[in-house]
Design a protein around this ligand. Structure first.
Ligand SMILES: Nc1ncnc2c1ncn2[C@@H]1O[C@H](COP(=O)(O)OP(=O)(O)OP(=O)(O)O)[C@@H](O)[C@H]1O
Length: 239
C-alpha cells in the first residue's frame, strides 16, 4: 500500500515546552488509523501541526507525495485533508450554513451537489436544514461535523476526539457514523482516548509523552502488555 500521509521526525511544542519528539506517523490510502494517548500526550498538537494550525519546529510532512509542511492551512484542505476539531461545528450557525462552510472552496454548483449527497447520506440533517446546529443532539452534532468535513471530498479525514462530551450511547452512534463514512477510498486519522474507536481502525498508534510508544494492527496492539494496562483496563471498567 502507498502512503497517503507521511509525517517524519516531527518536533514541535508550545512556547519553549517541547511536546512532540521526533514523532513519525503514516496513514496509507483508504486506511483508518486511531491515535491513542492519555490527556496531554500530544494528540491535538500533532493533528493541528498536520493541518497547519500549529507551527512545525522540525521534521517533514508529505501528503499524496507532496511536501505540505510549509503550506498554509487552506492549501492543505484543498489538497484533500479535512479537519474536524473537538468542537466540530459552529453551534449558532444553521445546519445548511455549517455544510456550506465545509465546502467553501467549491463552486456553488459543486456545493449544492455535495450538500444533496450529505442530506441523502445523513437524513437526520435534511429534516430542518435551517435549524441552528445547537438544536441537534450530541450524536447528530458530530454527524454534522463529519458531513461538514466530507463536503470538500477529502482523501483524509482528520478528527480530534470525536467522542468528546458524548454519553456512551452517542459514542456508539458516532462510531457507527464513521464506519459508514469510510469507503470511496477515504482514509481516516482519529485521535481518541476511548479505545472503542479501535473497532474502526486498521491500525493503532499510541502516543505517550509526545513519542510513539507502540503501533501496529489493532489485534497486535491489544496483545501489547503496556497498551493493555494503559487502555484496556479502562475498557473493562467501562463495561
Ligand atoms: N496552548 C497551549 N499552551 C501551552 N501548552 C499547551 C497548549 N496546548 C497544549 N499544551 C500542552 O501541550 C501538551 C500536549 O497537549 P495536547 O493538547 O496536544 O495533548 P492531547 O494528547 O491532545 O491531550 P487532550 O486529550 O487533553 O487534548 C500538554 O502538556 C499541554 O499541557
Amino acid at each position: 500500500m502507498s502512503a497517503l500521509l507521511e509525517m517524519q521526525g516531527i518536533d514541535t511544542g508550545h512556547d519553549r515546552l517541547q511536546v512532540l519528539w521526533k514523532t513519525d506517523l503514516r496513514v496509507d490510502e483508504g486506511e483508518a488509523v486511531v491515535l491513542l494517548g492519555a490527556n496531554g500526550a500530544g494528540k491535538t498538537t500533532l493533528l493541528r501541526t498536520l493541518v497547519g494550525l500549529h507551527p512545525l519546529w522540525g521534521g517533514s510532512i508529505h501528503f499524496a507525495g507532496e511536501d505540505i509542511a510549509r503550506l498554509p492551512s487552506a492549501r492543505r484542505i484543498r489538497a484533500g485533508i479535512a479537519y474536524m476539531s473537538e468542537l466540530g461545528v459552529f453551534p449558532d450557525l444553521s445546519i445548511a450554513d455549517n455544510l456550506a462552510l465545509g465546502g467553501y472552496f467549491l463552486s456553488a454548483a459543486e456545493r449544492r451537489t455535495q450538500r444533496r449527497q450529505m442530506f441523502e447520506r445523513f437524513p437526520d440533517l435534511a429534516r430542518r436544514p435551517r435549524a441552528a446546529a445547537r438544536s441537534l443532539s450530541g450524536g447528530q452534532r458530530k454527524m454534522l461535523g463529519v458531513a461538514k468535513a466530507l463536503m470538500g471530498r477529502p482523501r483524509l479525514l482528520v478528527m480530534d476526539e470525536p467522542s468528546a462530551g458524548l454519553s456512551p450511547k452517542f459514542v456508539n452512534e458516532v462510531i457507527d457514523i464513521l464506519r459508514h463514512a469510510g469507503g470511496d477510498g477515504l482514509a481516516m486519522l482519529i485521535a481518541e482516548q476511548n479505545v472503542r474507536f479501535l473497532d474502526l481502525a486498521d491500525r493503532g498508534v499510541v502516543l505517550d509523552g509526545g513519542r510513539v510508544a507502540a503501533e501496529g494492527p489493532v489485534a497486535a496492539l491489544k496483545q501489547d502488555d503496556a497498551v493493555r494496562r494503559a487502555y484496556f483496563g479502562m475498557l473493562a471498567a467501562e463495561g
